[in-house]
Design a protein around this ligand. Sequence first.
Ligand SMILES: Cc1cc2nc3c(=O)[nH]c(=O)nc-3n(C[C@H](O)[C@H](O)[C@H](O)COP(=O)(O)O)c2cc1C
Length: 172
Amino acid sequence: MEKIAIFFGPLNGSVHRIAKLVASKIGDDKVDLVHIAAASASDLEKYTRIIFGISTIGKDTWQQKFDNNDWSKFFPVVTSFDFTGKRVAIFGLGDHITYAYHFVDSMGLLGKAIRKQGGELFGATSTEGYTFQDSEAISEGKFIGLPVDEDFEPELTEERVTAWVNSLLKEF
Ligand SMILES: Cc1cc2nc3c(=O)[nH]c(=O)nc-3n(C[C@H](O)[C@H](O)[C@H](O)COP(=O)(O)O)c2cc1C
């Protein structure tokens, strides 16, 4: 079967660690891990099932004009890519204590952009078990993907990722 791609950024932080955890839960031999800094539209074209891993580092950090991180460079690729026929899932790193009003916002902005470009989103997660005030990542009462908080709830990560991957693979 065609491999699932995990496009993630940045490197060497929580997103990277969770990307590897998601890959191991799916099966490392069934997944290509792709760091977005080295990726282009032609890499997205190769896959039907795509998982994105993103963190929120300021409510609009990677959208800012002079910002220079992985997502600020890759986001324009996403907003101009035709996702028609692509099956997409997202996990988002955030901090529900310090940034309670912007919890995993970037996951929401990314998801909206993908839907606008014709992609179908999978892996919505119930808000039950999460504490936060507001989030751009809520759609129809659910998170559009999987929120992970490695700063204040790392002990829940393994269980959250396992449950998410198991349910995602049934529909993906
Ligand atoms: C400057 C800064 C701003 C942040 N802003 C947010 C935010 O608005 N919402 C949120 O949920 N988390 C926020 N976070 C928390 C990060 O998303 C979290 O620490 C994440 O695990 C970082 O993953 P990374 O190291 O792979 O980028 C912020 C962290 C930093 C350092």
